[in-house]
Design a protein around this ligand. Structure first.
Ligand SMILES: [Zn+2]
Ligand SMILES: [Zn+2]
Length: 895
């Protein structure tokens, strides 16, 4: 924190230069230089140097292992050289530039963008490089593929670091982005860098602000005082989605959250609750659909009006209106507005004490499932509207004001939690659902609540009505009671959601400003379009006060009212960064477009996203927000269709070698850069595809990568080694080779369609072995051999793009680039397994002939023979004493 004044000034100046709109041209110039630098070809000298080093290394190794003394220079695999070389060439040739082409079907392959933490970790590689391989495969299949990349650049970590060390988040973020761009380039992915979007760039966040205003104009952005979740460590409010776990901790830093009453901006996500529950137009993993469904938590039932003895209405929601006659008490949240009014004088001290206690407790304890439920009687009573029974009202902290109405009716006979509470405090238990064919339930003695199906009892005119296990209207008991409540005017059918509106305000600096202005006269009004973007000031102080630096800035908030022109103030809260990422896929379409958030022509061609890949941890956050955003913008006439992303696939997680989540503190982090330097990107890419099923993930295994490295080297050797041609041993050799090639192609094609990357790699490894065998058998030089090489490299190209290009262009001397070649088509005829007819003897006499694949092993032949009906007939139900499989010529069974 000890920064001299002089230094601070210099820092501010530098930053100022970079982002003030006046000087944005300069900022752009800086950017350009950077891009140029990257695109520049690698200096020849350095290539030579690396090659020399690699040459030495290989030469030493070769001698040591006493390998065949072939020309080492020719046979040397130097990923450090060829990878950089091809990356530069692809860049120069704009090989991955994706532009609208109406003559070609489009394919928008999107992968989640990183937060610019400063270092790309192995998890990024695990999510991005298989996604890249898939995108490349789609391109070879004839699609015009868009595969963009960018940075989700606003957010707390950069600002928390600024409070700690004084480095401006803007400076840190853009430096980190520089570094990560280089790391991303080392993957050799087909990112179209001309479409890069950075959410903290004013030309991006101008439109984030503009979208906020559209939501505001639609009535979907509103401000209200609310008890919100507050992270005392991050010094900001959090959305409900960002509060995790039973102990309700901050998603970012793990600190338990507290409640705070604040005026906040919200997005009305709940308006779309029902639509968000529909997944019929999208191909998303069931897990994500389930997580979103549970998060929205729709439940059907009835809203019922109880009354206090003084006549005040108490609204409750219940999923079980069929049990209303068994409601023997009510429970209020301690904060319920009626608590004070209903509490009797003699109960007042106890209720007050309980309220104090509840207020001291965080929601952590209040909501914990395993927590013993406590409560206090208020001394007040409610009237049950179905039978006019007078029932006591309690307060208990497990009822929260933020859920439902803050009051519940308790039916202890048929609800486990109510039952436990009733038994603890000696409250009445009245069964109203009787299980059929069982002894009558007795409220005084029943040991547990009964929650199953049965027949309504103790329920006046409803006695005898069947109640099943279904919810809502599908349950005849519930349905009849709802109708009757409506007739009586004491209740109505209702749907309740767990889902809440999206809290969007953050009391932090490093985010898109909320473009709203407050005037004493005219209240809140949006910043006029011609004044967008509202730019973040650079000259701010870093004080861990819990207030946004924007609020403490001496002048930034002062502006004029868009209605009357009189002095007014800006909103000093910024937006949750999940707002920025809700629409980044749209900014990629035209990242520098300035007449709107995106160019319509680009939208019409590329949208919707065809495949979206990324982590499942975003199931109830980003993946829900972006669907809400799209639907809201559809209703505003800005986007089209009902869903932004048609297909979603999630990868699993790469754990540390110790089976734990990777973290700096555990010291189990695997740095991809080190691996790339050592093995090359192709090996790292293929190992990540190979070592686990992609959707599952696995703990890292640093030994395993050697296997992938060996395979890649063997690919190199097979394609580059000079080999003496020998005569073909038999025509079968070529036929078998061709069969293997086309069988592999079929499998690899199928696996690409299904995102099964590990089997793609193992198939390619197997085929390589077959090719070595075929070479030994004299296949080299044949048409089949040439075809095998051609198809092998095409299949290899998406997974290991550099080596495939090098071998294709410089060794097979085929037209550059392998990445512009079509995906090969499998020859079904060639791929078909040959069948053999094998005679089967029983006790020395041939009784049948069975068909088996030419590839079948002994076990398979034996079981096929034993399964033959004719053979079984001759075995007369006896177990064979001996089964001899004489190679692939005869099976002999002795009984
Ligand atoms: Zn936090
Ligand atoms: Zn005004």
């Amino acid at each position: 924190m000890a920064i001299t004044k002089k230094k601070t000034t210099t820092r501010k100046k530098t930053i100022h230069k970079k982002v003030t709109p006046k000087k944005s041209a300069k900022a752009k110039a800086v950017k350009k230089t950077v891009t140029k630098k990257k695109a520049a070809p690698i200096k020849k000298a350095s290539v030579k140097k690396v090659a020399k080093r690699a040459f030495k290394a290989v030469a030493v190794k070769k001698t040591a292992s006493n390998a065949r003394p072939l020309s080492v220079a020719q046979n040397m695999y130097t990923p450090q050289v060829i990878e950089k070389k091809w990356q530069a060439k692809w860049d120069k040739d704009k090989l991955y530039r994706s532009v609208i082409d109406h003559g070609q079907p489009k394919y928008y392959a999107l992968t989640m963008l990183p937060y610019p933490s400063g270092d790309l970790h192995i998890g990024h590689w695990f999510s991005m490089t298989p996604s890249d391989a898939r995108a490349r495969y789609m391109r070879m299949k004839g699609f015009n593929v868009l595969f963009p990349m960018g940075f989700d650049a606003f957010g707390l970590p950069a600002e928390n670091a600024a409070v700690k060390d004084g480095v401006h988040p803007m400076k840190r973020t853009f430096q980190n982005i520089e570094r990560m761009r280089k790391q991303l380039r080392s993957m050799g992915a087909m990112f179209d860098w001309e479409r890069e979007a950075v959410s903290a760039d004013p030309e991006y966040y101008k439109w984030t602000e503009w979208f906020f205003i559209q939501l505001y104009k639609m009535g979907l952005a509103y401000r209200k005082m609310a008890a919100v979740d507050w992270c005392p460590h991050c010094n900001t409010t959090l959305a409900r989605e960002q509060v995790w776990g039973e102990d309700r901790h901050c998603e970012r830093c793990g600190t338990p959250v507290i409640k705070k009453d604040l005026e906040q901006w919200f997005f009305k996500t709940t308006k779309y609750a029902d639509e968000l529950l529909r997944f019929d137009e999208i191909d998303w993993p069931q897990t994500v659909k389930t997580l979103q469904t549970n998060w929205i938590g729709r439940s059907e039932g009835a809203s019922v009006i109880f009354r206090t003895e003084a006549g005040d209405a108490i609204e409750v929601f219940t999923t079980r209106p069929d049990t209303l006659w068994g409601a023997t008490f009510m429970v209020f949240a301690p904060e319920h507005p009626l608590v004070e009014k209903i509490t009797s004088p003699d109960q007042k001290p106890a209720v007050e004490a309980y309220k104090m206690e509840a207020a001291r407790q965080s929601d952590i304890e209040r909501e914990a499932v395993d927590k013993e439920k406590t409560g206090v009687f208020t001394g007040g009573y409610a009237i049950n509207p179905v039978n006019q029974t007078r029932i006591p009202i309690w307060v208990a902290d497990y009822v929260l004001m933020s859920y439902g109405t803050g009051a519940i009716m308790a039916v202890p006979a048929h609800d486990e939690r109510d039952f436990a509470f009733a038994r603890k405090y000696g409250l009445k238990v009245i069964p109203v659902i009787q299980p059929e064919g069982q002894p009558d339930l007795d409220g005084d003695t029943m040991p547990v609540a009964y929650v199953g199906a049965g027949v309504m009892v103790n329920s006046a005119q409803f006695n005898g009505t069947r109640v099943n296990d279904q919810k809502g209207r599908k349950n005849p008991g519930i349905s009849r009671v709802i109708d009757w409540l409506a007739e009586q005017g004491t209740g109505k059918e209702a749907v309740n959601y767990r889902y809440r509106d999206w809290l969007i305000s953050r009391q932090r600096y490093w985010g898109a400003p909320i473009p709203m202005i407050y005037c004493e006269q005219h209240g809140w009004n949006p910043v006029p379009d011609d004044q967008l973007p509202v730019l973040l000031p650079e000259d701010v102080e870093w004080k861990p006060t819990g207030e946004s630096p924007l609020k403490l800035h001496p002048t930034w908030k002062n502006t004029t009212c868009p209605v009357c022109g009189e002095p007014a103030v800006r909103e000093t809260d910024t937006m949750d960064t999940f707002m920025c990422s809700s629409w980044y896929h749209l900014r990629y379409l035209s990242p520098h477009y300035d007449k709107g958030p995106f160019d319509d022509a680009e939208y019409n061609y590329w949208m919707p996203v065809d495949t979206y890949t990324g982590g499942i941890e975003h199931a109830t956050m980003h993946l829900l927000y972006t669907r809400f955003f799209h639907k809201a913008m559809r209703d505003a006439g800005i986007t089209e269709g009902n869903e932004p992303m048609l297909q979603l696939r999630n990868q699993g997680m790469v754990l540390g070698e110790d089976n734990e989540k990777m973290s700096k503190s555990r010291g189990n982090v695997i740095a991809p850069d080190v691996l790339v330097n050592r093995y090359g990107a192709d090996t790292v890419r293929t190992y990540l595809m190979f070592f686990a099923r992609w959707e599952m993930g696995a703990p890292w295994d640093s030994q395993g990568i050697e296997g992938s490295a060996r395979w890649i080297r063997r690919v190199w050797t097979l394609f580059t080694e000079k080999y003496e041609k020998r005569p073909v041993k038999s025509p079968e050799t070529l036929k078998v080779l061709r069969r293997k090639v086309h069988q592999t192609l079929k499998r690899v094609t199928r696996d690409f369609e299904n995102f099964e990357f590990n089997t793609i790699i193992s198939s390619l490894m197997e085929l390589l072995n077959e090719m070595y065998k075929a070479r030994e058998a004299g296949a080299a030089g044949s048409a089949e051999w040439e075809e095998a090489h051609d198809i092998y490299l095409r299949m290899l190209a998406p997974v290991a793009p550099h080596i495939a290009e090098e071998l294709w262009t410089n060794y097979l001397h085929k037209p550059y680039s392998v990445h512009q070649q079509p995906w090969p088509k499998a020859d079904e005829e060639a791929a078909r397994e040959e069948m053999l007819e094998i005679p089967v003897q029983v006790n020395g006499k041939v009784r049948d002939r069975v068909l088996v694949s030419a590839e079948a092993d002994e076990d398979e032949i034996r079981s096929t023979a034993l399964a033959s009906e004719i053979v079984q007939k001759y075995m007369e139900g006896k177990a064979p004493r001996k089964v001899i499989v004489a190679q692939k010529r005869l099976v002999s069974i002795v009984i």
